[in-house]
Design a protein around this ligand. Structure first.
Ligand SMILES: [Zn+2]
Length: 386
């Protein structure tokens, strides 16, 4: 059965098509065009979203949880709650993200998360899909660890990574690494050769190790500015490399709490339309009232939109649709440019842009219907949800 969606605008997102038409067949996009040049097939189901905007579903490469659950629980019911919540905010694909924890606990979570990524249940309903794990710890700096428990942080090790890889059944997409640590460069080469995107972060690196990490294969940076050595104009360090190296993409938490609005604007000017990526770093408290919530193996206090532990910010309660609206406010970017940071750019980062991150024939029918100001009206995952 063909499904035809029409709306005032369609963002591919590289192009803006006025009076957009999108045709879905068997969970895939079969055609994209404008009303003027696209015939609506007879017998198709036609849903008109009038003044709204059709955009690709959002992709979030850094999510710890939501709706009261942490991804490290890994149980099907916890994943279902998180994924249903994410879809309500326009997210159709995501990387469940682990925090530093005792080795056995991490291995146990990775086993469950690997299974969740592998599972291909056709009756999932309207839920974001886990597309690969993001290992945020344990190979991070003890001086830039944020709330990651010091006692569980490990020196970069190919052998330990091999254990993670096996536990996750090879379903690791992203790994955050501090490049200045002994053994980091070798680990970066090893992980990159397996197709893992190595992201620089939780790091106190001077310029040289950061540059060396890029040569070794690192291609991205994790929550730019947060848990990162500060910028210095003579010794630019990791932040100078991240902001200036055109071979690196980088992400940012645009909640206005982790990074001031002015710095979000500067970050976008530095990384540009092609290499800036939005993440939420959302924890289990997202979508829940203030109170105490779990992050990995520890508890975090949430009050007025801030997640705190011992005076440190501990993840966020940001949603991706709000991050996009914040970019529109903080940097005066329009909806089309802002949407790209949560769709095409993360898809390219993960190397899945052949099937996700844009609206084009042959791509998965992951679609978010937005108001012109960026509120989510409807989310469609693999053609389900219309
Ligand atoms: Zn995180």
């Amino acid at each position: 059965m063909k499904i035809v969606l029409t709306a005032a605008e369609l963002l591919t997102p590289s192009d803006l098509i006025a009076n957009g038409v999108l045709i879905i067949e068997d969970g895939k996009i079969s055609r994209v065009g404008s009303r003027a040049d696209t015939e609506i097939p007879s017998g198709a189901r036609h849903v008109d979203f009038a003044d709204a905007v059709l955009a690709p579903g959002f992709i979030d490469v850094h999510i710890h949880g939501g709706a009261g659950h942490d991804v490290m629980e890994g149980e099907p019911s916890a994943m279902a709650a998180i994924e249903t919540f994410l879809a309500k905010h326009g997210v159709t694909s995501y990387c469940p993200t682990t925090v530093t924890a005792p080795l056995d606990k991490t291995l146990c979570s990775l086993e469950k998360l690997g299974r969740a990524v592998k599972a291909n249940d056709p009756d999932r309903g309207i839920r974001a899909r886990p597309i690969g794990v993001h290992l945020e710890g344990p190979f991070i700096s003890t001086v830039k660890c944020g709330v990651h428990p010091l006692g569980d942080i490990l020196a970069p090790s190919v052998e330990v990574f091999e254990q993670f890889w096996k536990a996750a059944q090879g379903r690791i997409s992203v790994m955050t690494v501090a490049p200045e640590l002994p053994g980091a460069q070798q680990l970066i080469r090893d992980a990159t050769s397996r197709g893992v995107r190595v992201s620089l972060g939780h790091s106190d690196a001077a310029t040289d190790p950061a540059r060396a990490a890029v040569k070794a294969g690192a291609s991205h940076a994790t929550h730019t500015f947060n848990a990162m050595r500060k910028l210095d104009h003579r010794e630019p360090g990791i932040l100078g490399v991240v902001l200036s190296d055109d071979g690196l993409s980088a992400d940012i938490i645009a909640d206005g709490i982790h990074v001031a609005p002015e710095m979000v604007k500067m970050f976008l000017a530095a990384k540009g339309d092609d290499r800036a990526v939005l993440i939420t770093d959302a924890i289990s408290a997202t979508g829940m009232p203030d109170g105490k919530y779990r992050l990995g193996t520890f508890d975090v206090e949430v009050k007025d939109g801030r997640c705190m532990l011992d005076g440190h910010l501990a993840g966020s309660v940001l949603t991706m649709d709000l991050a996009i609206r914040n970019v529109m406010t903080f940097a005066q970017w329009n909806l089309q440019r802002s949407v790209r940071l949560a769709t095409l750019n993360p898809a390219r980062l993960l190397g899945i842009d052949d099937r996700k991150g844009s609206l084009a024939p042959g791509k998965d029918a992951d679609v978010v219907v937005l108001s012109k100001s960026g509120e989510v009206i409807r989310t469609i995952v693999g053609g389900v949800g219309v």
